[in-house]
Ligand binder design. Sequence first.
Ligand SMILES: [Zn+2]
Length: 952
Amino acid sequence: MKIYKINIALLIAGNCLPFFAGAQHKPAKSTVAVHHTVQPGTKLIPLDPSVRTGKLANGFTYYIRHNNEPEHRVVMYLANKVGSILETDEEQGLSHFLEHMSFNGTEHFPKSELINYLQKAGVRFGADLNAYTSFDETVYQLPLPTDDPAVMKNGLQIMRDWAQGLTLETAEIEKERGVIMEEERLGRGAADRILRQTLPVMVNHSRYASRLPIGKADVILHFKPEVIRNYYHKWYRPDLQALIIVGDIDVAKMEQLVRQKFADLKSPPNEKPRLKYSSSLTGKNQFLAITDKELTNTVIEVNCKHKEQKIYTETDYRASLLKSLFNGMLSRRYMELSRQANPPFLEGGAAIRDVMPGLEAFKLYVSCRPGEVESGFKAVWRETARLQRLGFSKTELERSKREYLNEMEAMMQEKDKMTSDTYVNAYLNHFLNGGATPGLSKQNEMINRFIPTITLAEVNALAKEYIRETNRDIIVTAPEKDKATLPAESAVLAWIRDVNAEKMDAFKDDVSTLPLLAHMPVPGKIVKEEKDAKTGLTFLTLSNGVNVILKKTNFKNDEIVFQAFTNGGTSLYSDADYESASNAANIISSAGVGNYNASQLEKYLSGKQMSVFPFIDERTQGFMGNTNTKDMDSAFSLLYAYATEPRKDEQIFKGIISNAKAALVNKDDDPESVFSDTMTTVLGNYNIRRTPANLEKIAQINLDRAYSIYKERFANVTGMKFVLVGNIDEAKLKPYLEKYIASLPANGTIEAAKNLDIHVPEGLISKTVYAGKEDKAMVYLVFSGKFDYDYASTLKMQALKETLEIRLLERLREEESGVYSPAAEVSTRKLPDGRYGISIYFGCSPANVERMIASAVDEVEKLRKVGPAPENIEKFKAEDLHTMQTIMKTNNFWLDYLTGQLSNGEPLDQISNYNKLIKGMTAKEVKDIADKYLTGKNYIRLVLLPESVKAK
Ligand SMILES: [Zn+2]
């Protein structure tokens, strides 16, 4: 268990700028019929009939659908076919800048009123309220509660304001320049430097190469306000916009409101045509090899490019199924290839993918082990050559088909439980890309009709069709220290020729027909059964002493999630045994189980809707998993097998160790990895159970010791708590519990974990790490100490974190324009001793580090001395209640909650006080808890600065 969850993803205000995450681009006024010549005998796929869609006279499009998952919620999206591709040289970065300005003042919500209003309605900025900008589109999302009609009405007003009602005040624009520059700074680093060099090759030197959505610093810092206003009026217009609304709403009423509210959107005079851009094939091959000081391993990519095939007709859909089956089978082959004593690469694989606007590709990827570039590349290429020459086998195709059909069946089972977000994404794709959006029922019908007709010859033909020698890019990226041995184009081509000339055997599909278990269990009994009316829980005691806790829900139609644990864990082993103990569950479960080796097990499980994993953590060991009704026997027999018939596989062990070592070689060339290692080490007080992996620690992992520790941990389940949550049919479940769980070995002794007394060090600690060449700093501040654990206090700590985060955002970002997304985290624990930690994390300019830290610490001090603003407490309450309302309708929430309460020895009905405690919370209480814990006596300050600063 990690004490501190570090939010390095930094999500606030945008999963900004996804580059090629899926299909991002596409045609302007695309309708299915215009862009596609339908072949005779093929049928166009109709739009999902369950969505109400239409177009206003001004060209504005809408999609509206009723959906109850989650209840009392609606999601509204405004999609604009406007992105960085439309920008002139003087406008570079303004699509994204506009996205930011949408939260800084609209006609009905001046300045920061929009965020303020929504926070009070329970909507979190960043997590719920969000937006993104890419090359061809800008999309805004707003999830809202439906209980309050005023909030719904205002939500629609916000959409309307975004569409054509931004105020774009000069003062607000000026303040946002710094925020965007900080966002740009966070993006800097090796990955960004590499992207800027490889992008032109990837997009065949089309316009996309020079239109990264983040734009140009020069433009961001100096554009005149009227330039962005003109851009807004030029492109935010009804023919390029769509509103998507899905949720717990009355569709007819909503449609009427939308028609009224958006009818007056206007197109600008002298409307410019919205040109469609794409990357086209050139018929040429390209080669690029580049190095960077902060890269940690050599990566080679081969892209055999083809014109993108969009899905409009049933024939297109069938073709896409071929590719899915092809990709599934190929990825399984690569997985098998990696299970060797000397794995040929760190990661490797290939698939047919949409890779860039207008293009798809057979994309091969290999991340090489240091010094093993040629052998790594050849190993990955060899499988494509084998595929071209010898194809897939019949058994592989049958397995892949079965898997596909099973997954579809499982999805159909949950058809009425699909979330509103899933629908929104489908309609977004329909509007932005013009892709077919048939809905689940139609998809199910087509899959069941087409899959059985797909032949091996058809799938095998794809290898010949896609792996070509023209329109082929080879891109090599490598650490700078390997510059001397960087392969030239002629070398890579020679490797390809060598492999193509090798003698090859067909792939051997290793399948076992043995039963999973070598020894069948001797079933036990359910010896006691109790039901608790208050919590609705059922308690079963099994004959071997296992306590089963069942929570029946209807959140999903056919899902059970479970976790089982007993006390002990790695705490019972010496420091010398620690590495073997903490890696035991991973190593042993990678080796297969019962009668099956790893590959056989993977095939046996393919297509089953279940999973089970053993774990050994610091204080407990046990199993986690999930299953549907049909696969219960597989799930529980697998759990039994992991407990009683683990395997030891020397070869797989060597492979894991070998790759773990290889991954360490250049790790310290990555500045963020160096910083994160420092954080882990300092917070873990240099205890070897907390320090990051190194060669010495890896050398301490011993297979025999890991195996015997594993066996020891699962040899006795006395006192085990087994929690199951989901749509449980007790009559169906009980026989499996008796057969596979009541039969687990038990000796009557209940173990306890040992208190190792490891915690965040006390006192004042300050450390600065100098690494990296970009002008970029990261700051991590931690307040910690002993904690008087009780439920109410954990909720107050949550309020403290939330109100602190609101202030950090207002002050460091909005007022001081010094950071992009400051984050606060809180953690509390009860065992082995009560402890808390509150951390603050942000990136900023090295020049601003001291000023930003001072502002952050000042806000912490204000929380202690003045307390949070009552308004911010109200925001916290609204947001927390709002979030919990939905989370409490998921099986995983209840699984986490129940196992947490059981392991802490806390009452299982505690959560029934949640609403009362939150609603009754006062600013004074939060001030008091801030005063008690944020004293600054235990304060850790960690800063990452660029290498160049140290030199000065
Ligand atoms: Zn942004």
